[in-house]
Design a protein around this ligand. Structure first.
Ligand code: HEC
Length: 149
C-alpha cells in the first residue's frame, strides 16, 4: 500500500510539474528559444562572438517594424495579432523570402531551422503572445522602432 501511495504521489507531482511547465511561457522560452536567441543585446565581445542567432529583442524589433511597414495603419491589437501569426508560420516554415531580418543576419547566422517536432502549436499559443509583450519595441515619432532594453 505504501509503495502504491509513493508511486501515485510521484505520478501526481510529475503531472503537476508537466502541466506547470507547459503553461509557463518563460519556461517555454528557456527550453525552446533561449539556447539560440539571447534575451537581450550584449556588449561583451566574447558573448557576441558565441551567438548563434540574433538576440530575441532585436529579432522582435525587426519583425514588428517589418509588419508595421508592410501593413500600414494597424492598431496595436492588429499588429500584435499579425506578428504572432507570422511567427507561428515562421517557426515551422522558416524561409529567407519571408524574413524581416537583414542580409547581414543571414550571412552571420544562416537560416533558422524549422522547429517542427520541437514545439507544439499549443505551446506556441502560450509562448508567442508572451514573447511579443516582453520584447515589443517602442515606436518613435519618425515611425522607426527602438529596442526595448
Ligand atoms: C537552433 C537555433 C534556433 C532556435 C532554437 C530558435 N531560433 Fe529563431 N532564429 C534562429 C536564427 C539563426 C534566426 C535568423 C535567421 C532567420 O531569420 O531565419 C532566427 C530568426 C527568428 C525570427 C525572425 C524571423 C524573421 O522575421 O526573419 C523569429 C521571430 C524567431 N527566430 C523566433 C524564434 C522563437 C520564438 C523561438 C523559440 C520557440 C526560436 N526562434 C528558436 C535560430 C533559432
Amino acid at each position: 500500500m505504501k509503495v502504491l501511495k509513493v508511486v501515485s504521489i510521484i505520478a501526481i507531482c510529475t503531472i503537476i510539474s508537466y502541466a506547470k511547465d507547459i503553461r509557463e511561457p518563460s519556461v517555454l522560452f528557456q527550453q525552446k528559444c533561449q539556447m539560440c536567441h539571447m534575451d537581450g543585446v550584449s556588449r561583451d565581445a566574447k558573448i557576441i562572438k558565441s551567438m548563434v542567432s540574433p538576440s530575441m529583442n532585436y529579432t522582435i524589433k525587426n519583425l514588428v517594424w517589418g509588419m508595421d511597414s508592410e501593413h500600414e495603419g494597424l492598431s496595436d491589437v492588429e499588429l500584435k495579432k499579425i506578428s504572432i501569426a507570422f511567427m507561428k508560420d515562421y517557426l515551422y516554415f522558416p524561409d529567407r523570402k519571408k524574413t524581416n531580418c537583414e542580409d547581414i543576419s543571414f550571412d552571420k547566422f544562416g537560416i533558422m531551422p524549422s522547429l517542427k517536432g520541437f514545439i507544439t502549436e499549443q505551446e506556441m499559443d502560450i509562448l508567442l503572445p508572451w514573447i511579443y509583450d516582453k520584447f515589443k519595441p517602442i515606436k518613435q515619432k519618425d515611425g522607426s522602432w527602438m529596442l526595448k532594453e
